[in-house]
Design a protein around this ligand. Structure first.
Ligand code: GDG
Length: 467
């Protein structure tokens, strides 16, 4: 039987799934792999003085993981450098924050090559390989060079940037060319897929064929749209667990006579946190009668704290949350509870359930799983309202949410007011439609659709040039 080999930068399978971990990719992959025979391969998160190329194999809550340690220079150049300071900002439309240093690109190529060299010897002929995210774009090329002829798919968890932005990346063509060593490339939304196609056709003079096929650089690749979702049953179980229920009771008591608005995001400039706090401040300004009647619980675990732009954002958010609390708070009311910590997944489910409004307002986001978790957690008889940025991939499916432009504080303020006063019948109608979307895009459906499409790609992998 064929195995599914999943590759991602970091193997972060939680040892206790109910505890979870703060990151969309980690949650999605561990849920997807628990039900599949296979291996999850990637960086251990540890460093060693000299790279050994040794793979440590472990079992984590039913998921077999293969881990490699990297050198400190790899982490600086590949992870903190090219992945987090170059590609992440570029792919999220922040070329003002993107840094293009030659050493970063060299580290990125080196680590992809190292990953390929460690993985190639354990690949069996029937294995299917599924590589994830922007950290690992050139890895198929390196595997092909080592003679790997298996089916190799790629899934991008972030947006694909507009062509006019991508061309600011030195060697952009080389990066895209390496993607033609995959058999299938998947995106969350039609919009990201169309932007990729636009680059290939308009910048690299490629051509379309069939349904989602692209021919360029003398090779062919298939593209497709596979919207990711959450493990719905797992999340409902977390919500209904003892700790989930207890957290709900605790939050319901803590928000008695006050409506809770909730935000849950890694501390990242793509999540629109500053704009969100400014929109909430505008709401407090516009709706004097509602002061004291609401509060915003913003759960924001620190993320990528080795990168300057994240430290700067953290300082600005500290100051903004303090300013709003100082200006509007009262002796028995704090408008914003701003928390730089993580909660267990079952606790998060209880928090979401107790919140009248879910505020999910990224400036740019591949999909956004918090939007789906918030919907799944609601009480069907008295559901809360989801406010969702139109620039999150999730907006392509979740049109029944209150869609907003997160750059406009007036629009945010109006949407909060509307959500808090929405009649029950409308809340129920919207929630039912959104919950259907959450079920239709369950992470198991996403995994199966991608693997099926990968197996259905016609023809031999085009590897002759490396053989
Ligand atoms: C990337 C893409 C795409 C957050 N705080 C805590 C916690 N979390 C969990 C959430 C959710 C996950 O982290 C965040 O997922 P998102 O999808 O919102 O965002 P990214 O981390 O940026 O993920 C994104 C995703 O990949 C999947 O393809 O949707 O667009 O950027 O599951 O619940 N979990 C726990 N405690 C916390 O405090 N346990």
């Amino acid at each position: 039987m064929s195995r599914l080999i999943v590759v991602s930068n970091r193997v972060s399978a939680p040892s206790d799934p109910a505890a979870g971990s703060a990151g969309g990719l980690a949650m999605a992959l561990s849920a997807a792999l628990r039900k599949y025979d296979g291996l999850w391969f990637g960086w251990s998160g540890e460093t060693v003085e000299t790279f050994t190329g040794e793979m440590k194999v472990e079992d984590r809550a039913g998921v077999t993981v293969g881990l490699v340690d990297l050198e400190p220079q790899d982490v600086d150049e590949y992870y903190n450098g090219y992945a987090n300071k170059t590609l992440w900002p570029l792919f999220h439309h922040r070329i003002d924050l993107a840094q293009y240093e030659r050493s970063y690109g060299e580290g990125y190529e080196r680590v992809n090559r190292r990953f390929a060299e460690v993985l190639a010897p354990v690949i069996e002929p029937d294995d299917i390989i599924w590589i994830h995210d922007y950290h690992m774009i050139p890895m198929a090329r390196d595997l092909r060079r080592l003679g790997v002829r298996n089916r190799i798919g790629f899934f991008l968890h972030t947006p694909w940037p507009a062509r006019q932005l991508l061309v600011t990346l030195p060697h952009h063509r080389r990066l895209v060319e390496s993607m033609f060593d995959f058999d299938l490339i998947g995106f969350h939304t039609q919009e990201w897929c169309d932007l990729f196609t636009d680059y290939v056709v308009s910048e690299a003079q490629g051509e379309l064929f069939g349904h989602g096929g692209l021919e360029c650089f003398g090779r062919r690749v298939q593209t497709g749209v596979f919207p990711i979702g959450i493990d719905v049953d797992g999340f409902l179980a977390a919500r209904n667990s003892t700790l989930g229920a207890r957290t709900y009771d605790r939050m319901a008591a803590s928000s008695a006579f006050r409506a809770m608005i909730v935000g849950v995001d890694r501390l990242d400039y793509s999540k629109g946190l500053e704009e969100r706090l400014l929109g909430y401040e505008q709401f407090l300004h516009d709706n004097a009668s509602m002061r004291g009647e609401v509060f915003l619980l913003q759960v924001t675990p620190i993320s990528r704290d080795d990168v300057d732009s994240y430290q700067d954002l953290r300082a600005r958010l500290d100051s903004l949350a303090g300013r709003v609390n100082g200006a509007f708070g009262d002796m028995d009311w704090q408008p914003i509870r701003y928390l730089n910590r993580t909660y267990r997944r079952d606790q998060l489910a209880g928090i979401y359930r107790a919140a009248r409004v879910g505020l999910v307002t990224p400036l740019r986001d591949g999909m956004n799983l918090v939007a789906k978790e918030y919907v799944a957690s609601q009480n069907p008889d008295d559901p809360g309202v989801l406010i969702l940025s139109r620039f999150a991939g999730a907006a392509e499916q979740m049109g029944e949410a209150l869609l907003v432009n997160p750059y406009s504080r007036e629009e945010l303020s109006d949407a909060i007011q509307k959500a808090l006063t929405m009649p029950l019948s409308e809340r129920i109608r919207k929630w039912e439609a959104l919950m259907q979307v959450v079920r239709d895009t369950d992470v198991g459906i996403w995994r199966d659709a991608f693997v099926k499409a990968l197996l259905a790609v016609e023809g031999e992998p085009e590897t002759a040039q490396w053989a």
